[in-house]
Design a binder for this molecule. Structure first.
Ligand code: ADP
Ligand code: MG
Length: 284
């Protein structure tokens, strides 16, 4: 008697149960594969691949993708999710007072703003080159909105960003200075590739504060970017910093590698209010 035949695949009418058991074995195999993929994707910390491999595999079979195409599609999903999560995290840690976008900014209101320049700044390459941006103009013109919008773009381009008002930056540096930790603090702040200093000029600074602000600008010079907004033209920064010499030295470093956008026109806030009032009156 043939031992192999007795242990092997039977022939004839007994075929049916054997096929069922083979199908069961195949199912168990794919279960095993699922478990293995779940384990491997967990170890590699690639949750998107874990969630997508099965559905993408079906698509790959339907559309006859090569193995390489399938692998690339799966990896691309994971990379896209990771980048989006990074952007979300960078926007959260930037501490924007509100998230405002360039897409929500009405350029028709600001014909003086060079669109090509704004588009260039929106690429975030100025951050990679440690260049600065200065937004000057009267209250309500959209400086803070633009600064946040550009900050969001920089975060999307992969740069770490930190936003605060000039007085909060000074307060932070003041605390560090009193604790004898100014250098450490400046170094910590330099880890952010872009810092935004909003509202220079609204509150005048005393000489100590002006010196701290100078240190901040100097510590980032040609190393990391600063974006500053101010309602005052440079000519009046001496008043705000109660020292013309410190102000001049600061402006020198700030604008050496910088785009300076001087915005002029009506306040967006007052214009919106005026338009509302006009509408009200026309309804009377
Ligand atoms: P600034 O910082 O120059 O005082 P803001 O950026 O705070 O002005 O703008 C005042 C308000 O008007 C904000 O709510 C801002 O979103 C809005 N705003 C200003 N300019 C525009 C614009 N061109 N398009 C859309 N909203 C604008
Ligand atoms: Mg503002």
């Amino acid at each position: 008697m043939n031992i192999a035949a007795s242990n092997g695949t039977p022939a004839g009418p007994t075929d049916a149960p054997a096929t069922t058991s083979a199908a069961r074995t195949r199912a168990a195999g794919s279960d095993g594969l699922s478990a293995q993929l779940a384990y491997l994707t967990r170890v590699l910390k690639v949750p998107t691949m874990a969630a997508c491999w099965e559905q993408l595999a079906e698509q790959a079979r339907d559309q006859n993708w090569s193995h390489e195409e399938y692998l690339a599609a799966l990896l691309a999903r994971q990379v896209a999710d990771r980048e989006a999560a990074g952007t979300t995290m960078r926007i959260r840690t930037a501490h924007f007072p509100q998230v405002k976008t360039l897409e929500d900014f009405n350029l028709d209101h600001l014909p003086s703003l060079r669109r090509d320049l704004l588009a260039h700044l929106a690429t975030g390459t100025f951050v990679a080159k440690a260049e600065n941006v200065v937004l000057l103009g009267p209250p309500g013109i959209g400086k803070t909105h633009l600064a946040i919008g550009l900050g969001v773009k920089a975060a999307q381009a992969g740069h770490s960003v930190l936003f605060d008002t000039a007085s909060n930056w000074i307060a932070r540096l003041g605390v560090a200075h009193h604790a004898g930790q100014l250098e450490t603090e400046l170094k910590k702040i330099r880890r952010y590739r872009l810092i935004i200093v909003d509202e220079v000029g609204y509150i005048p600074f005393d000489t100590d504060a002006a010196n701290l602000f100078f240190q901040l600008v100097a510590s980032r010079y040609e190393q990391a970017s600063i974006m500053v907004t101010s309602n005052l033209p440079f000519g009046r920064w001496g008043e705000t910093f109660s020292d013309d010499v410190v102000a001049a030295a600061m402006i020198d470093r700030l604008v050496h590698h910088a785009e300076v956008l001087t915005l002029s026109g009506d306040s967006y806030r007052t214009r919106a209010r005026r338009e509302l009032l006009a509408k009200d009156r026309s309804h009377d």
